[in-house]
Design a protein around this ligand. Structure first.
Ligand SMILES: Cc1cc2nc3c(=O)[nH]c(=O)nc-3n(C[C@H](O)[C@H](O)[C@H](O)COP(=O)(O)O)c2cc1C
Ligand SMILES: Nc1ncnc2c1ncn2[C@@H]1O[C@H](COP(=O)(O)OP(=O)(O)O)[C@@H](O)[C@H]1O
Ligand SMILES: [Mg+2]
Length: 213
């Protein structure tokens, strides 16, 4: 059960991700238990937990990182629409900040492990989950079930807990979003979101992997 421990504003070393991070996970967005949006007002894109087999030491808990979604393909019918019938793509390949949980959702006592990612707005926009907002809300995009999602986990925040109420769970996830955002705003992490032109080959190759579908 969660105690009233004060929260650290950031998680992980200031200089940037340390081993075992960054960790690459990817998969199509699948259906979860249908609770994220409906019960909590916090949509989470669930992906299969299969890739976790490559990381047997990764503990359950709350993490932050960056994600990219495969571009939407609009194939026009009968060659009409865009003049040549080929697939059009949008520009959804931007890298976005994310906060995620890996585990069994102790509040709901799941028996299978899930990987659930809440995609946050770009760090250049005001945070909808900031405590200063009179009515904090969680970021919502049009549904993207079935879309391939690439995730780079950059740091660990803390464990998953059971909670005395749903309100307490929601409030901690709100703070998780703020911890993730502030953690990612540090130079050693921001370079995964924005090309700073001076990063290492390793950071460049992780960014390239993120937007390759
Ligand atoms: C950042 C974050 C932190 C979470 N922390 C917890 C937690 O501590 N305990 C818990 O039971 N569930 C936690 N969850 C999971 C929520 O309970 C979960 O998103 C919800 O059950 C929705 O599941 P669904 O996608 O299967 O509908 C967390 C989710 C996120 C995105
Ligand atoms: N900000 C967001 N982060 C993650 N998923 C989002 C977001 N906005 C919309 N979605 C969509 O909401 C879907 C539903 O999430 P959720 O309510 O957790 O249902 P499920 O239990 O099926 O995962 C996600 O799969 C995704 O298509
Ligand atoms: Mg979900």
């Amino acid at each position: 059960m969660r105690t009233d421990k004060p929260r650290d504003p950031v998680a992980g070393p200031d200089a940037g991700p340390e081993a075992p991070f960054p960790i690459r996970l990817s998969g199509p967005v699948i259906k979860g238990f249908g609770r994220g949006s409906k019960d909590l007002g916090i949509p989470t894109a669930n992906i299969p937990a299969d890739d976790l087999d490559n990381h047997p030491d990764l503990k359950t808990g709350v993490y932050y990182g960056v994600v990219a979604l495969a571009p939407i393909q609009h194939t026009t019918e009968n060659g009409h629409g865009n003049g040549n019938g080929s697939a059009e793509t949008n520009s959804r390949d931007t890298i976005l900040p994310a906060v995620l949980s890996i585990g069994y959702n102790p509040f709901y006592k799941n028996t299978v492990r899930s990987v659930e990612i809440h995609v946050m707005p770009p760090t250049t926009q005001p945070s909808p989950t900031a405590a200063s907002q009179s009515q904090p809300t969680f970021h919502r995009l049009p549904d993207f079930y079935g879309t391939k999602l690439n995730l780079l986990i950059l740091g660990y925040i803390w464990p998953e807990f059971d909670y005395v109420s749903m309100e307490a769970l929601i409030e901690d996830i709100r703070v998780d979003c703020e911890v993730a955002r502030l953690s990612l705003l540090r130079e050693g992490y921001l370079r995964y979101l924005v090309d700073d032109g001076v990063s290492s080959e390793k950071v460049d190759s992780d960014r390239e992997w993120l937007v390759k579908f």
